[in-house]
Design a protein around this ligand. Structure first.
Ligand SMILES: Cc1cc2nc3c(=O)[nH]c(=O)nc-3n(C[C@H](O)[C@H](O)[C@H](O)COP(=O)(O)OP(=O)(O)OC[C@H]3O[C@@H](n4cnc5c(N)ncnc54)[C@H](O)[C@@H]3O)c2cc1C
Length: 428
C-alpha cells in the first residue's frame, strides 16, 4: 500500500489552496491530490469570477472579518488578481439605500470559463513541478481514521493527515463520511431561487459593476452575475434513490470572446429551518424533483411578461415581438414557476425583483426570463474540533461541501486554514 504525508480529496480551489500552502511550508512533504473528475480543478472551471471582500463567500458561522481578511491576503498573494474597476457606485448605492437595500462594494476579478481553464493548467503544472502527485478519475469512497487509510474505487492509500474538500456536488458524500466518523452535523440552511436572464440594456449596471451584490430584506440577494458572452447552464444532481434533478447556474467566457448582449444572475433566498425539519438538503431535493415533475425532467423558464399576467409561458412565448431574445438554456421547459416554488420564497424574490427594477430600471421588461430551480447545497454545518476544520484525529474538511465557504476565494482560504491544521498534527 502506498502512503502519503497528506492526502487532499478534490482538486477545487480548497484543494489547491491547501496543496500550495503545505508545499510552501514544507517542500519535502509527500502530497497526493485525488480527483474523481477527468480533469482538475472543480469549480474553478466555471466562470472564475473571484470576490476578495468579506463577507462574500465566507459563512459567518466559520469566519469573522479579521480571519477572512487574514487568509484573503494569502489568496491574493498567490493569485495576483487584476481587480475590476467600478463606476457610478454611489448613485446605485443611494437609490438602494432609500429602499432598504444594501449594495456592497466588493473587490472582484473575472477570468471567464476559458480564462479559468488557463489558470487551472498553470496551477496544476506548478503543483506537479513542486512534486505533488495528482490522481485523476479516482474517487474516494471511505476513510478509516484509526488506521489512517482511505479506500478509493481503485485501491487503499495510507496518510498522516487528510483534507476532504469534495465541493457542493460532494455534499452527500461528505455526509456519509461524517456518519461513518460519528461527526455531528446540521444541514438546516439552503439557498433557493431563480436565475434571471435578460438583455444587458435592461440591466446596464453590469457595465459599471461586473457582479453587483445587492442584499434585499427577507434574506434575498443577487448572486453570480455574468455578462459578456454569458450563458445559463444546468447542473445534474442525483438523489439517494438515483432520481435526477437539475439546478440552473450561469457563467460567462472571458472578454476576449464576442459578447452575446445578455446577462444572467441568480436571485437567491436563504432559508433556515428549525425543528422538526432535520434536513435542508431533503427539502431542496424535494423542490428540485417537484420542478422536474412540472418541467418534464427539465428546469422551468418563464418570461416576466407572462408571470406578471399570471400565465404560464409556452413555446410560442419564446418567439418574436416583445419576447425577443432566445434563452441560452434553450432545453428548459416553458411553464409556470409559481406552481413549483413555495409561495413564501416566490413572494420574497418577486418583491426583491421589484426593488431591483426601481434601482436599475429595466429588469422587469416582459422579455426577461426567470429559470427555476437554482439550488445551493453547501450548508453542511459539521461540529469542528478546532479552528482548522478538524473533524476527527487527523481528518480535516474544507470548501463548499463542508459549509466552510461559498465561492472560489473563500474555498481557497478554507483550504489554507485546514492545511495549517494538517501541518500541526503531522509535525507533532
Ligand atoms: C456553473 C458554476 C459557476 C460558478 N461560478 C462561480 C464564480 O464565478 N465565482 C465563484 O466564486 N464561485 C463560482 N462557483 C462556485 C465555485 O465553483 C465553488 O464555490 C468552488 O469551486 C468551491 O470549491 P471547492 O474546492 O469546495 O469544491 P469544488 O471546486 O467543487 O471541487 C471539488 C472537487 O472534488 C471532486 N470530488 C468530489 N467528490 C470526490 C471524491 N469522493 N473523491 C475524489 N474527488 C472528489 C470533484 O470532482 C471536484 O473537482 C460556480 C459554480 C458553478 C457550478
Amino acid at each position: 500500500m502506498v502512503n502519503y504525508d497528506c492526502i487532499i480529496i478534490g482538486s477545487g480551489p480548497a484543494g489547491l489552496g491547501a496543496a500550495f500552502y503545505l508545499l510552501d511550508k514544507k517542500p519535502d512533504l509527500k502530497v497526493l491530490i485525488l480527483e474523481s473528475g477527468k480533469t482538475s480543478s472543480g469549480g474553478l472551471r466555471n466562470d472564475c469570477k473571484m470576490n476578495f471582500t468579506y463577507p462574500i463567500g465566507f459563512p459567518s458561522e466559520n469566519w469573522n472579518k479579521d480571519e477572512a481578511d487574514f487568509y484573503l491576503e494569502k489568496v491574493i498573494e498567490k493569485l495576483k488578481p487584476e481587480i475590476l474597476e467600478k463606476n457610478n457606485l454611489s448613485t446605485y448605492q443611494m437609490r438602494a439605500e432609500k429602499l432598504g437595500v444594501n449594495l456592497i462594494n466588493i473587490k472582484q476579478t473575472h477570468l471567464g470559463t476559458d480564462g479559468g481553464l488557463f489558470l487551472i493548467k498553470k496551477l496544476i503544472k506548478e503543483l506537479q513541478d513542486l512534486g505533488v502527485t495528482i490522481a485523476l478519475e479516482e474517487t474516494m469512497l471511505s476513510v478509516d481514521s484509526d488506521k489512517k487509510i482511505i479506500k478509493t474505487d481503485k485501491r487503499e492509500i495510507g496518510f498522516k493527515a487528510i483534507m476532504i474538500a469534495p465541493g457542493r456536488k460532494g455534499f452527500r458524500f461528505i455526509q456519509s463520511v461524517m456518519d461513518s466518523l460519528g461527526v455531528n452535523y446540521m444541514d438546516h440552511i439552503i439557498d433557493i431561487g431563480i436565475r434571471v436572464e435578460t438583455r444587458v440594456e435592461h440591466y446596464p449596471i453590469v457595465k459599471d459593476y461586473y457582479d453587483p451584490k445587492f442584499m434585499f430584506p427577507e434574506k434575498v440577494r443577487t448572486f453570480c452575475t455574468n455578462s459578456g458572452d454569458a450563458h445559463v447552464v444546468q447542473e445534474k444532481y442525483k438523489t439517494v434513490h438515483d432520481e435526477v434533478y437539475y439546478s440552473v447556474n450561469g457563467h460567462a467566457y472571458s472578454k476576449e470572446r464576442e459578447a452575446n448582449g445578455l446577462t444572467n444572475f441568480a436571485m437567491l433566498k436563504t432559508v433556515r429551518f428549525t425543528a422538526p425539519l432535520a434536513s435542508g438538503q431533503q427539502f431542496a431535493v424535494n423542490l428540485g424533483l417537484q420542478a422536474m415533475l412540472m418541467g418534464g425532467g427539465r428546469p422551468l423558464m418563464q418570461r416576466v411578461g407572462d408571470f406578471r399576467l399570471g400565465k404560464r409561458s409556452k413555446e410560442s412565448t419564446f418567439n418574436g415581438d416583445l419576447y425577443d431574445f432566445k434563452p441560452t438554456l434553450a432545453g428548459s421547459c416553458p411553464g409556470d414557476i409559481s406552481l413549483a416554488m413555495p409561495s413564501k420564497i416566490m413572494r420574497n424574490i418577486w418583491k426583491s425583483m421589484k426593488l431591483l427594477d426601481t434601482i436599475v430600471p429595466g429588469i422587469l421588461h416582459p422579455s426577461t426570463i426567470m429559470y427555476y430551480p437554482e439550488i445551493k447545497l453547501y450548508a453542511n454545518k459539521p461540529e469542528f474540533l478546532d479552528r482548522h476544520f478538524r473533524v476527527k484525529d487527523t481528518v480535516f474538511f474544507a470548501g463548499d461541501g463542508a459549509g466552510t465557504s461559498r465561492g472560489i476565494t473563500a474555498a481557497w482560504a478554507s483550504g489554507i486554514r485546514a492545511a495549517e491544521g494538517m501541518l500541526e498534527v503531522i509535525l507533532l
